[in-house]
Design a protein. Structure first.
Length: 194
């Protein structure tokens, strides 16, 4: 008998619980969803009580707490448990945070048909980043390369200005004078040709 790939599905919406688990069990006879849980506490309990887990499919936005799935991914990563993030969120910051927390892939739930391939890739150690995440990661890499030209102070001002903070608020947040903020702002703009 072939050893089945053991998967835990962490999802709080019954619609997705049913559709994802049924799709996996129907399409991949060698993958078994051994548990479906819907909270941080249940996830950690399932991980502790399971004899063997290959992959955790993690909804990163459980309704009990916003983005608490990212926190769970970090905990599981420290236990060397592979996690694939499932979500309907496409914000670059969330995608990057998810990978920084230890996820090995990031798939939008609407791409349910790609989940099985992602599980096989993870088991085989071929972590191919799904198209849902690739753009955000490439964008972040390019930005990080660009930001290496800036001093730490210029980076702080740049990041806050990119989030829409006015110079007056940035000065208060960074405990600097408005003139210093203007100087850093002018400097990063010149360096980045903005």
């Amino acid at each position: 008998m072939i050893n089945k790939i053991k998967v835990i599905l962490v999802e709080d919406e019954p619609f997705w619980q049913q559709n994802i688990s049924e799709y996996i069990e129907k399409e991949a006879g060698d993958i078994e969803v051994i548990a479906i849980v819907d909270s941080k506490e249940e996830t950690l309990k399932a991980v502790e009580t399971a004899l063997h887990i290959d992959i955790v499919l993690m909804d990163i936005n459980l309704t009990a707490a916003n983005l608490d799935g990212i926190e769970i991914i970090e905990i599981l990563s420290r236990k060397s448990i592979k996690t694939i993030a499932l979500t309907s969120i496409s914000e670059e910051e969330v995608i990057v945070d998810t990978f920084e927390s230890g996820a090995i892939n990031y798939i939008n739930k609407s791409n349910i048909y790609d989940i099985i391939a992602a599980i096989y890739q993870a088991i085989e150690g071929r972590n191919q980043i799904h198209a849902d995440a690739a753009g955000a990661l490439l964008s972040r890499m390019r930005e990080e390369k660009k930001l290496r030209r800036l001093t730490d102070s210029e980076k702080e001002v740049y990041k806050l200005e990119q989030k829409g903070y006015p110079k007056k608020d940035i000065a208060k947040r960074l405990y600097k004078t408005i003139d210093t903020i203007k100087k850093h702002s002018k400097s990063w703009r010149k360096k980045l040709n903005a």
